[in-house]
Design a protein around this ligand. Structure first.
Ligand SMILES: C[S@@+](CC[C@H](N)C(=O)[O-])C[C@H]1O[C@@H](n2cnc3c(N)ncnc32)[C@H](O)[C@@H]1O
Length: 335
């Protein structure tokens, strides 16, 4: 087995919506050479445009996502047989396995004792061989570890809680990444979108921020913890490290102001913005921070606006908000 970039459980991933995005751009006859994905998450949208030979700027404020972009979407050198050698070593040997930060904290929660010991031991060992690897090889091995850990985690797909049942004993295994070749590397950053917006000049900017108060760092703190490997102390039932600096303004009451600020900084010919009402408003945390109508009003002030809806079956354009529709694309040409 080999991992593909989309083989992750990630809330809000657009991996099933790439066709929809491409259709809208085609329908709007938007021709572009440069593309910026400022809230890139899994990176699947950027991957699509990189494979279409666009010049791609990719950004997310989580370091774990940055690790993935460096592995999948850069053009740094790597030697596949060297990577396979290390993955086989980690899968087969027990020489390097010992109790560690990760097993001390997470054993019996998101992972079994063996698997948490494996994850922490590989992570620890990877630092000891770092100077024998290229930057890309390092990120590829780390990505394999993160994808494998995520695959066997005792969760519903994110780390806001772990299941009441005992973690699976199925032994974790590392798999190689099925890396494609692109004409050029993506330009990769790990920053607050608002902080870098005016440094990027593009034809098309894609905006897909979180829309409710559920912080992505809370969903994916375990992956971030493994990726950063700062071995920080954790607290609470869900064992999160201190992470205030990673919390997004888009999940706070200042969401609308943040978006207005972002739009005012962009240097772009077109804006493409994803909006969804996937979460039903059955809890305060799930309520969208920015209302559909507010967004429509605000974006129409910025330029010529078209809204497309998608209900997984048919594809349609118009400005009416229908119940049950989940995904929307706002296309705006700033004026
Ligand atoms: C809806 S997800 C994007 C999903 C992505 N389009 C995909 O297909 O996987 C929103 C992303 O925005 C990131 N994010 C939240 N606030 C941010 C900020 N201020 N700057 C940059 N990224 C941010 C989150 O970490 C998360 O990955």
């Amino acid at each position: 087995m080999m991992y593909k970039i989309q083989n992750r459980r990630y809330i809000g991933s657009k991996s099933k919506l790439i066709g929809f995005i491409a259709k809208v751009l085609n329908k709007e006859s938007i021709n572009f050479n440069t593309f910026a994905d400022l809230f890139a998450g899994t990176g699947v949208v950027s991957e699509y445009f990189l494979s279409q030979e666009k010049k791609v700027y990719i950004n997310d404020n989580l370091f774990s996502n940055y690790v993935f972009y460096k592995a999948w979407l850069s053009n740094g050198k790597f030697n596949q047989s060297k990577i396979s050698k290390w993955l086989n070593y980690y899968n087969q040997s027990t020489d390097y396995i010992r109790n560690n930060y990760f097993s001390d904290i997470f054993s019996g929660t998101y992972f079994s004792y063996y698997n948490s010991k494996f994850i922490g031991s590989v992570r620890e060992h990877l630092e000891t061989i770092k100077n024998t690897l290229t930057e890309r090889e390092y990120y590829i091995i780390l990505s394999s570890l993160l994808y494998s850990a995520d695959k066997i985690a005792n969760t519903v797909g994110h780390y806001e809680s772990f299941l009441a049942s005992k973690p699976k004993e199925t032994k974790i295994k590392l798999f190689p990444l099925e890396i494609k070749e692109y004409k050029r590397s993506a330009i990769i950053t790990c920053a607050d979108a608002n902080a870098i917006a005016n440094a990027i000049n593009t034809d098309l900017t894609y905006i897909d921020p979180p829309y409710n108060s559920r912080q992505y760092i809370n969903f994916y703190h375990i992956l971030e913890n493994i990726a950063e490997w700062k071995k920080m102390s954790v607290s609470g039932k869900t064992l999160k490290f201190p992470r205030n600096n990673k919390k997004s303004d888009y999940s706070k009451s200042k969401a609308l102001n943040s978006l207005i600020d972002l739009l005012s900084k962009l240097k772009t010919k077109y804006i493409l913005l994803s909006y969804n009402n996937t979460y039903k408003a059955n809890s305060e945390a799930s309520n969208n921070k920015i209302e559909f109508e507010e967004l429509e009003r605000m974006l129409s002030k910025f330029g010529r606006l078209k809204i497309y809806d998608y209900d997984y079956k048919f594809f349609n354009s118009g400005k009416t908000f229908f119940d049950g529709h989940k995904e929307f694309l706002f296309v705006c040409k700033p004026q």
